[in-house]
Design a protein around this ligand. Structure first.
Ligand code: CMC
Length: 391
């Protein structure tokens, strides 16, 4: 074969061409299908942006209505899926449950998709968009001992997500528009981020022609790790630890700088953004607004701001171009909305779902070849076999 270049972590390797998301890490620019993230978060809804990301254009009113209705029509989950949930111990992490349940969907729905059939492609897309938030809410409700909940088709996508997570059957459920708006904006910020770890996973699994649900399930697993989506849970645990420790942010910053200590400032740094993460800026403002609107006070928010301020003044972080990323403030918003910390990465997954779908669709429509990187073998050369007696 030809010359093989080794690029650990694919830091300088492009895996595809794409028309979905433009990202400039130096300038801190993020656009979907040519629309600026700052504008999308202010002017569109989560599901509208999902349509844009997946199909390439903003929907007309009637296209949007059909899309929303089609999703609603698929929101039921096969009752047998509950047997799977019942099999999990109460301490199961919701990300593990979500990945398993998403994979289990393949037992009740066709997993293969004929990419030459627009209709089959569309059906798979609306099905996963409909069922994924229900399964995510089940992972949470199972651990909280709440009865499993179903979609309320009178509600929009994000309001429905709120009731899926939080509705208690014996109480009247009131949607809080401030909370819905904050969650909508936060999840828009997570919708796509080009070829990150989980998205590359979805594309590579899908490239073997494994179906959409199987590919998404793999994406959930990839997102789980603390260097990726799992960072949002890790950030809040870190901030809690700082608070319990008396709020000494310098101590934790010094720990993060110490090369003999594996500790890193969670929610800081990014593979691509080397100036600022535009999503972090929007989230920080959103957190401030939400706390004002709901008249909330959280010492954790003050600790986060103080930590950011001190870290940004420190040459260690400046030299390495380490700034707060999307995960730094998101957990503070989830917490204000009543989302338990072990559900934070699940929320990220719900937000990222449209991106995974769009990237999978693009990969299949481009008829990309199966993903199969090469390697440089550096192990033993040919050796004669030794019997047990000779070893
Ligand atoms: N705290 C302390 N030092 C850091 C941090 C941090 N959070 N991040 C990077 N560094 C240092 C790192 O030790 C290295 O230093 P040196 O050059 O002296 O060896 C230098 O900065 C470059 O780091 P890297 O690990 O080579 O950079 P990377 O592009 O491979 O990693 C990252 C990017 C996001 C994995 C990393 O910055 C990190 O671990 N951050 C903390 C976890 C986190 O917040 N992840 C969420 C990422 S954004 C959303 C998402 O993907 O889900």
């Amino acid at each position: 074969g030809g010359v093989i270049t080794i690029d650990p972590g694919f830091k300088n390797t492009g895996s595809c061409t794409s028309k979905i998301t433009f990202l400039d890490g130096e300038k801190g620019i993020l656009r979907h299908r040519g629309y600026a993230i700052e504008e999308l978060t202010k002017k569109a809804s989560f599901l509208e942006v999902a349509f844009l990301i997946i199909f390439g254009e903003l929907p007309t009113k009637s296209e949007f209505k059909k899309f929303e209705d089609d999703i609603k029509s698929h929101s039921l989950i096969n009752e047998e899926m509950k047997n799977i949930i019942d099999g999990f111990p109460k301490v199961a992490h919701p990300m593990g449950m979500l990945s398993s349940l998403t994979s289990a969907l393949t037992a009740f729905n066709s997993n293969t998709v004929d990419i030459n059939s627009k209709e089959e492609m569309y059906q798979a897309i609306v099905k996963i968009l409909a069922k994924f938030p229900v399964l995510a809410s089940w992972a949470h409700r199972r651990n909280d001992g709440l009865p499993l909940n179903y979609a309320d088709n009178s509600l929009d996508y994000i309001s429905n997500l709120m009731q899926l997570l939080f509705r208690i059957p014996t109480e009247e459920y009131k949607i809080n528009p401030i909370a819905v708006k904050a969650l909508d904006e936060l999840l828009i910020l997570h919708e796509d981020h080009e070829q990150n770890c989980s998205t590359s996973t979805v594309r590579i699994v899908g490239s073997s022609e494994a179906g959409l649900f199987a590919s998404i399930s793999a994406g959930v697993s990839a997102l789980w790790g603390r260097l990726h989506g799992g960072a949002n849970q890790a950030v809040l645990e870190m901030l809690e630890q700082i608070r319990k420790d008396g709020g000494d942010v310098e101590k934790f910053i010094n720990k993060a700088k110490d090369k003999n200590d594996p500790f890193r400032l969670m929610g800081f740094g990014h593979r691509v953004y080397k100036n600022f993460d535009p999503r972090a800026r929007i989230i920080k403002n959103a957190a401030d607004e939400l706390f004002q609107d709901l008249n909330l006070n959280d010492p954790i928010l003050e600790i986060a701001k103080h930590l950011e301020e001190v870290a940004l003044k420190d040459p260690y972080f400046a030299e390495r171009k380490l700034y707060p990323n999307v995960d730094f403030y998101s957990g503070i918003i989830y917490r204000a909305l009543g989302v338990p910390v072990e559900m934070f990465t699940v929320m990220f997954a719900i937000g990222r779902l449209p991106g995974w779908i769009a990237q999978w669709k693009e990969m299949r429509e481009n008829k990309e070849p199966i993903g199969r990187p090469r390697q440089l073998y550096i192990g033993e050369t040919l050796r004669p076999f030794k019997s047990f007696e000779e070893r």
